[in-house]
Design a protein around this ligand. Structure first.
Ligand code: IPM
Ligand code: MN
Length: 353
């Protein structure tokens, strides 16, 4: 039996509700495929911060490094000033554990509605590889003369050759392993951000020489948004920086059916990776049992896939497909025709067979 130690951070808002369903589904898959998932729960989040004054306790990163993976719900609490928990927990984990890839598949499952007219599952199936430790997220900059008429705000995008290259290299490898259109699009803004994307573009075409089987392509970020709506089938794998990746994957989530189903993985291929639904803590739905747990369930599926448990992961994906095509009225909170835990039961039921 394969044993995996998994750290679970349900977090804030609806995080605990969706993670409970994710764990239910992971346990169903474990039972069927003979896995032993050993979950350890952590209370990091807004409530703990308000109680203790610390976002992450000392030693948290060292502690989390012992796990095979981290399963995260959502971070964000309306009673805490924006930025504190995001930077103090989510970004601190991504940066501290050097999870330099944020992998976000944009897949439309049969039976799920997309807001794109006349588009279906055959049109929407691509993956965004988002750089996850640098760029405008690095926190470089500051405020001068704050609160005076002469105030200056500077926020710089940090792009290192090492950081850019490892991300691009991952994207090429991923595109090859995915083995679909074998096309990698660099999404940037070379016409304006002539320093940062000069480095990205040079690195991209240098690394590309090692991947003659992959077709290379470039699109500005604004054009990428346009094509994602106009002709999403154009894309296979997109690689981009941290902020552009953040923005285009919210657009991606919408065309794949909404935040209710969009999942992602923060990967450190040499360390501990963390899997999460890409949406937030949705405070207004907290405790109502109406939030869609499929994004968290799909994050669990990505986690098993990443751990090499491809059969169990496939079974979860198949069960999700069954659920969305037969049982759910909508992906949106409150409109599914089922409660949060009923959706978890449905998926787990398909896995048990
Ligand atoms: C995401 C989120 C985070 C980000 C926020 C909560 C810091 O929007 O995971 O996409 O910007 O990366
Ligand atoms: Mn985001």
């Amino acid at each position: 039996m394969s044993t995996y130690k998994i750290a679970v951070i349900p977090g804030d808002g609806t995080g605990p509700e969706v993670i409970a369903e994710g764990v239910k589904v992971l346990e169903a898959a474990s039972a069927r495929f003979g896995l032993d998932l050993d979950f350890t729960w952590y209370d990091y989040g807004g409530e703990r911060y308000l109680r203790t004054g610390e976002a992450l306790p000392e030693g948290a990163l060292e502690d989390l490094r012992q796990y095979k993976a981290i399963y995260l719900g959502a971070i964000g609490n309306p009673d805490v000033r924006p930025g504190i928990l995001e930077k103090g927990i989510l970004l601190a984990l991504r940066f501290g554990l050097d999870q330099y890839i944020n992998l976000r598949p944009i897949v439309l499952y049969p039976g799920v509605d997309t807001p794109l007219k006349d588009r279906g599952p055959e049109d929407i199936d691509f993956v965004v590889v988002r750089e996850n430790t640098e760029g405008l997220y690095a926190g470089a900059g500051g405020l001068l003369k704050k609160g005076t008429p002469d105030e200056v705000a500077i926020q710089e995008s940090i792009n290192t050759r090492k950081g850019v290259e490892r991300c691009i290299r991952f994207a090429f490898d991923y595109c090859r392993r995915r083995n679909k259109a074998k096309k990698l699009t660099l999404c940037g803004k070379t016409n304006v951000l002539t320093f940062a994307f000069d480095l990205w573009e040079r690195t991209f075409y240098e690394v590309a020489r090692e991947y003659p089987d992959i077709t290379t392509d470039y699109a500005h970020v604004d054009a990428t948004c346009m094509w994602m709506v106009k002709n999403p089938a154009y894309f296979d794998v997109i690689v981009t920086d941290n902020l552009f990746g953040d923005i285009i994957t919210d657009l991606g989530a919408m065309i794949q059916g909404g935040m209710g189903i969009a999942a992602g993985g923060n990967l450190n291929p040499e360390g501990v990776s963390m899997f999460e639904p890409i949406g937030g803590s949705a405070p207004k739905y907290t405790g109502k049992g109406v939030i869609n747990p499929l994004a968290a369930i799909c994050a669990g599926q990505m986690m098993l896939d990443y751990l090499g448990e491809t059969k169990a992961a496939e079974a979860i994906e198949d069960a999700v497909k069954e659920t969305v095509s037969h049982d759910l009225k909508s992906m949106s909170a409150g409109k599914m025709g089922h409660t949060t835990s009923e959706v978890g039961d449905l998926v787990a039921g398909y896995i048990k067979g």
